[in-house]
Design a protein around this ligand. Structure first.
Ligand SMILES: [Zn+2]
Length: 420
């Protein structure tokens, strides 16, 4: 394999996909939540079709799906594998237009992203960058995220598929692809995959950061809403009559354990996060998130909040207090079984073949795989190679990007030894 040609192809694909603005929009309940995602979906549909892949579809939700049929006789001997990438980039208040730049042969100094605004990546603040001295690094102009989350994955998978199509001598099993919108706003798009056309034994996402990262543990996640209707009264007869919903909410928050909040937790420690409150003298609504890797602790946190509400209903008999808690996704590793564990084993094997040291991390978040695991599709997650996701200092070192691509190829191609 010609490394230079592949790297150029990866880069070309990546630059093409990040040139299409596709931030998701949390406040739009439609899927996809933004037009740009649909534009990107259509381009991917066309790109797959022009590769000669006949089984390609694009549904009303902007989900692109494709199936590359196995080219071996003993189909049942090789698992059917899916890849899921998300079309959206995150909206963190930065520009949706990406102006990338390639820093050739990084010299270990400051990388000036934007001279005017004095935005730079400096090894003094971010020593991780020193691992990439000598590499070519794709960066932003400081005004946007780079969008390697998750367009590095899209470019990776598209390059791997075109490689397989161009080399029909390479043997592979059934490969399924799904490009989904609106991951960044609560894993909304992945739910719109047409699962009858996604006939996989397991799947992968390529949605974490630096070379070697490997994730098959995510949070269990729930989101909740507390609604309080108090009793309003004129101050001339407010005594013993007025029930201020803000004070009820205050009691609710005061009963939460400060040591179990995001600002005080790390690793596998779960939390409850009160994310916003809206109120007037009569009505209040409060939103919160519950996260925990451990299923029992996760359920205990839910129960604890229900108990608080029971207590408050007794304390404030005249108030109407309602709580709703909805599961959003679950920990990927809760769906591991004797058969699908192969997904993790194959990934580790691919790393070994490529001489990549796996860094297994319990992710303090969720991936599309966290939803897929609720449908019993085990979906581990591996690195894109990019760092500083969700930031204008996001960057993508080409060697790591190339290694990420090689992992994909190792997983796709059937061989009795490491593929080179
Ligand atoms: Zn992502």
């Amino acid at each position: 394999m010609d490394e230079i040609i592949i790297k150029q192809k990866l880069l070309d694909n990546f630059l093409k996909y990040i040139s299409i603005p596709s931030q998701s929009n949390e406040s739009n309940r439609k899927i996809p939540s933004s037009k740009g995602q649909l534009t990107l979906a259509k381009i991917l549909y066309d790109d797959l079709y022009s590769l000669g892949i006949e089984d390609v579809s694009l549904n009303d939700y902007g989900v692109v799906q494709a199936h590359i049929p196995s080219n071996i006789d003993t189909k049942d001997k090789y698992p059917s594998i899916g890849w899921v990438c998300h079309l959206d980039t995150v909206d963190v208040g930065l520009s949706e237009v990406v102006n990338p730049r390639i820093v050739k042969n990084y010299d270990g100094g400051d990388i000036i992203l934007n001279k005017e605004k004095d935005i730079k990546i400096s090894p003094i603040e971010d020593e991780n960058i020193l691992a990439y001295v000598g590499d070519d690094i794709v960066v932003t102009d400081g005004n946007s995220v780079l969008g390697a989350d998750n367009k590095a994955a899209i470019a990776n998978v598209m390059t791997a598929v075109s490689y397989i199509v161009e080399n029909p001598n390479l043997k592979h099993g059934d490969i399924y692809l799904a490009f989904v919108p609106d991951e960044e706003i609560g894993l909304r798009g992945v739910r719109k995959i047409e699962f009858s056309k996604f006939n996989v034994d397991f799947a992968y996402t390529i949605d974490c950061c630096k070379l070697g990262e490997l994730v098959y543990e995510t949070f269990n996640a729930a989101s909740g809403k507390l609604k309080i209707t108090g009793v309003s009264a004129h101050p001339m007869n407010s005594k013993s009559n007025l029930v201020n919903p803000i004070m009820v909410a205050h009691d609710f928050i005061a009963m939460l354990d400060r040591s179990k909040m995001p600002e005080n937790t790390e690793g596998r420690e779960g939390y409850i996060w009160v994310t916003d409150i809206h109120s007037n003298v009569l009505d209040l609504s409060l939103n919160f998130n519950i996260r925990d890797h451990d299923r029992d602790n996760f359920e205990k946190s839910k129960k604890y909040l229900m108990n608080i509400v029971e207590y408050l209903r007794k304390k404030y008999e005249k108030a109407k207090i309602e709580i709703e808690i909805e599961d959003v996704y679950r920990n990927i590793c809760d769906c591991i079984d004797d058969e699908n564990v192969l997904a993790i084993e194959k990934l580790k094997e691919a790393y070994t073949c490529l001489g990549i040291e796996p860094e297994i991390i319990p992710m303090r978040g969720g991936t599309d795989g966290s939803y897929l695991s609720t449908r019993n599709i085990l979906t581990p997650n591996y690195f894109t190679g990019a760092l500083n996701f969700h930031s204008n200092k996001e960057y993508l070192p080409m060697n790591s990007f190339y290694k990420s691509f090689l992992v994909t190829l190792e997983l796709m191609i059937i061989k009795d030894r490491c593929y080179e």
